[in-house]
Design a protein around this ligand. Sequence first.
Ligand code: HEM
Ligand code: HEM
Length: 178
Amino acid sequence: MTNIQPDADRYDPVARLLHWLIVALICAQFVLGWTMPEVHRDTQPVGLIAWHLAVGAALVAAMVLRIVWRLTHRPPPASLSPLLNTVSGATHFLLYAALVAVPLLGWANASSRGWAVNLLGAIPLPALSATGSSVGHAMGDIHSALAWVLLVLIGMHVGAALFHRFVLKDRVLQRMTW
Ligand code: HEM
Ligand code: HEM
């Protein structure tokens, strides 16, 4: 009998799958957000803008699943120093906060424009603000600004993952890979 558990220091497969699914959706959201036509008062939600809303709705659903999963499943025990553990926990918390705030602000802005947001093209999601609401409108600006904050956090996070892999040469990166 052997006691070797190759996956004991990894996040569970569902957590890993959701992490990488959300990474893919966020990459798509940045590319769409930057390449879609500028949104004005009379802009219609078609083409790349429709894609931004559709990928955004999928991202919201994936984030709900991820948060429920995270609250009901423990991550693998950390092997970092207490200081690094605190820094990494704080960065992860901020990432989660931005991953909730940025999509919700975009969704509220879409609602204020009277745009429907559908999950998988079939399930209509409720409006987050009234059509024509100036608050919902302002949320579009905050959405765009916070997207930059999210990008900086992602940059720090990916930098840290690569630092662990290539400088510290520990197994932190493997915690999220196969
Ligand atoms: C993490 C997820 C998301 C990211 C990274 C993201 C990123 C972006 C970016 C970069 C822009 C362009 C900003 C600019 O004009 O410079 C944008 C605009 C926009 N996004 Fe998102 N987005 C996300 C999720 C969503 C979601 C879930 C929705 C709605 C369901 C949404 C709706 C919008 C709308 C309506 C605009 C136009 C805002 C305006 O110009 O007033 N976004 N987004
Ligand atoms: C859109 C980009 C990304 C976002 C939003 C993101 C988000 C997150 C979040 C929120 C966590 C915390 C997981 C938890 O404890 O529940 C995490 C963990 C992790 N991510 Fe990412 N991530 C991104 C890209 C990447 C990339 C590109 C890599 C690899 C180069 C990576 C490697 C890791 C690793 C190794 C962990 C586990 C860290 C640990 O156990 O302390 N992530 N990620």
